[in-house]
Design a protein around this ligand. Structure first.
Ligand SMILES: Cc1cc2nc3c(=O)[nH]c(=O)nc-3n(C[C@H](O)[C@H](O)[C@H](O)COP(=O)(O)O)c2cc1C
Length: 320
């Protein structure tokens, strides 16, 4: 670490395809290029690696421990616990409307909690489009660790909710990302990934002005987090359903055990029935009731976009 270092930044990440890692790399590049900032990257490694693509039953089998925040163990961290950071960047995938298991394992790790205590944290999410409940859970875990959430960047796939209902599971379960039958490719666009550099430029400026020590967000005005309040109801309902099925599955066996298989098959059928009935019904109801619900939806949108917000008035400053 250079002796003239003024600021220390910890980056914690777990990505499977490398998409989130690419976003993180764009964000931290301006920090790494600055001689006054030292960046330490902690890439989480589960003791039992998660597959990519995911076999179907293995995918469903991950629901209970993910949603109940009872993750599999991580390999030892490179951190020892007494490091002092000025800022922490936590980059996470959403799994079943919760943070991915490796990220939950990190946030519940006593050593990590020592490192996080009192520190400002910027969360960075790259997911399909449903991150509201995951961020609520992450906020609770950060708060239990004594950390201070200062910003949230949420990048979502640009495809419509209906298109990504097909393209994301196809990507996760087969590894195929390309567009087909007129549907867009799964995942973020290259432009979204490239433009995430603006967050790094703003963070660098803020760090060099000691603004991470205050409470206001550092990434406001940069279009950091756009919440879709219409997904709020689906997220609430699905979270409840994941929770109940998760309890049932945990009651019959451990992750990977044969005892879970019959219930997992039943769960798969339940999910398909839910998707073909509840999703269109909920979309139709929202289209009908939309005008009536507008003030309430606007409130939800504003609330979930905190602390960084969705406005873009400062984006032009950091354009390349
Ligand atoms: C087990 C699993 C569950 C997922 N659940 C969600 C979800 O609830 N909401 C969502 O928007 N994306 C979900 N995704 C998509 C991921 O958030 C992410 O976009 C994708 O896994 C690619 O991440 P990576 O490129 O960093 O590996 C899920 C992916 C996996 C593997």
């Amino acid at each position: 670490m250079p002796s003239n270092t003024l600021k220390n930044v910890l980056v914690v990440q777990y990505s499977q395809t490398g998409q989130l890692a690419a976003v993180t790399a764009k964000i931290i590049a301006p920090l790494q290029a600055d001689p006054n900032i030292a960046v330490r990257v902690e890439t989480l490694q589960p003791e039992q690696p998660f597959p990519w693509p995911w076999p179907f039953l293995r995918f469903l089998d991950a629901v209970p421990e993910t949603v109940h925040l009872l993750p599999g163990r991580l390999k030892p961290l490179s951190l020892v616990g007494d490091e002092q950071f000025d800022l922490v960047i936590l980059a996470y995938q959403v799994w079943f409307l919760a943070p991915s298991q490796p990220i939950t394992a990190f946030l519940k790790n006593p050593l990590a909690q020592r490192v996080l205590r009192g520190k400002p944290v910027v969360t960075v999410i790259a997911c399909r489009n449903m991150w509201l409940m995951a961020q609520e859970k992450t906020k609770a875990l950060l708060s239990a660790a004594g950390a201070r959430l200062i910003d949230n960047v949420a990048l979502v796939d640009p495809g419509s909710a209906l298109a990504t209902l097909i393209t994301t599971p196809r990507w996760v379960l087969t590894g195929r990302k390309n567009g087909f039958w007129g549907l867009p490719a799964a995942g973020l666009t290259d432009t979204q990934i490239r433009h995430s550099r603006r967050f790094g430029l703003a963070l660098r400026e803020a760090l060099l002005a000691n603004r991470e020590q205050g409470n206001p967000p550092l990434l406001d005005g940069l279009g950091a987090a756009q919440a879709d309040p219409r997904l709020y109801f689906s997220e609430r309902a699905a979270t409840r359903s994941f929770f109940v099925w998760g309890k049932l599955l945990m009651a019959v066996g451990r992750p990977g055990s044969w005892q879970r298989i019959p219930l997992l098959v039943l769960y798969a059928i339940f999910l398909v029935v839910m998707i073909v009935t509840i999703v269109p019904t909920s979309l139709a109801l929202q289209a009908l009731l939309g005008p009536l619900m507008h003030p309430w939806l606007s409130k939800i949108k504003l609330q979930f976009e905190q602390p960084s917000g969705s406005s873009t008035e400062r984006s032009h400053i950091y354009e390349d």
